[in-house]
Design a protein around this ligand. Structure first.
Ligand code: ATP
Length: 243
């Protein structure tokens, strides 16, 4: 049996004395799409920030079988972990192309001259970004900004890409587009960790799901099974049960 790409065991994290994650366990196999759903304040963003190395933690954080909990943010990026934060954090006064180039620093640092090819790959995935490559990021629409944020992360050729609320604040048509991009990303073989308020769409695209409540995993299972679970339906899918 192969070990998971990401294996988080008994993870505790928080802000100062306030613990937010209380002994969380979570696994992702290579190439899998996992989703973390749960109510506001459950600790979903905290989990992603913890995996990225932005917060002090206790517990084991195994990546490719190695404990990376002591590594800095930069070291984690260099090893192939990337996060698209909820606020996108683009450089608004720089062009689309310049924002993408910034995302390629891992490849440049590794001496990989293929990073320009990588930009072509990103433009193939998001033709709209190519059309707008000289436009300032700050003038893009919400959907385009999300595409740029994802594209910039992909420039580092991550093994694990974490997306924090990629559909937040976007119009339904754009949300549809974002989820179709997630489906495309899955086909590239990248492992995805998707935090989403839109639990229905997230469970539809994911292989496996975790329900996070008050800093603990209250339920987990194959996404298709969670989508049929009465508690998940009542609490997160906001629709009457089909049975
Ligand atoms: P949402 O769906 O609303 O984004 P979430 O599940 O992502 O919620 P977190 O943002 O991880 O939840 O927040 C978990 C808890 O940690 C909340 O009680 C929040 O107030 C607290 N928290 C988040 N960031 C900080 C911070 N920088 N300092 C102190 N407490 C924080």
């Amino acid at each position: 049996m192969t070990s998971p790409l990401l294996d988080i065991r008994n993870l505790h994290a928080g802000y100062g004395k306030a613990e937010v994650l209380h002994g969380l366990n979570l696994q992702a196999d290579a190439g899998q799409v996992i989703t973390v759903i749960g109510p506001n304040g459950a600790g979903k963003t905290t989990l992603l920030n913890t995996l990225m190395g932005l917060l002090p933690t206790r517990g084991q954080l195994l990546y490719h079988g190695e404990d990376i909990s002591g590594l800095t943010l930069e070291d984690r990026v260099m090893r192939g972990i990337a996060l698209v934060p909820e606020k996108r954090e683009l450089f608004g006064t720089m062009t689309v192309q310049d924002n993408l180039e910034l995302g390629g620093f891992r490849q440049m640092r590794l001496g990989n001259r293929q990073w320009r090819t990588r930009m072509d790959d990103v433009y193939d995935l998001f033709p709209r970004l190519k059309e707008r490559r000289t436009q300032l990021a700050g003038t893009l629409s919400g959907g385009e900004r999300q595409m740029l944020a994802v594209g910039r992360s992909l420039m580092s050729r991550p093994d694990v890409l974490m997306l924090d609320e990629p559909s937040l604040g976007l119009a339904p048509l754009i949300v549809k587009e974002i989820f179709s991009i997630i489906e495309t990303l899955r086909q590239t073989g990248v492992t995805l960790v998707l935090v989403e308020q839109n639990a229905r769409a997230a469970l539809a695209v994911a292989d496996y799901g975790y329900v996070l409540e008050m800093g603990e995993v209250s339920l987990h299972g194959r996404a298709a099974e969670l989508a049929q679970d009465g508690r998940v339906i009542d609490t997160y899918l906001g629709a009457a049960r089909q049975d």
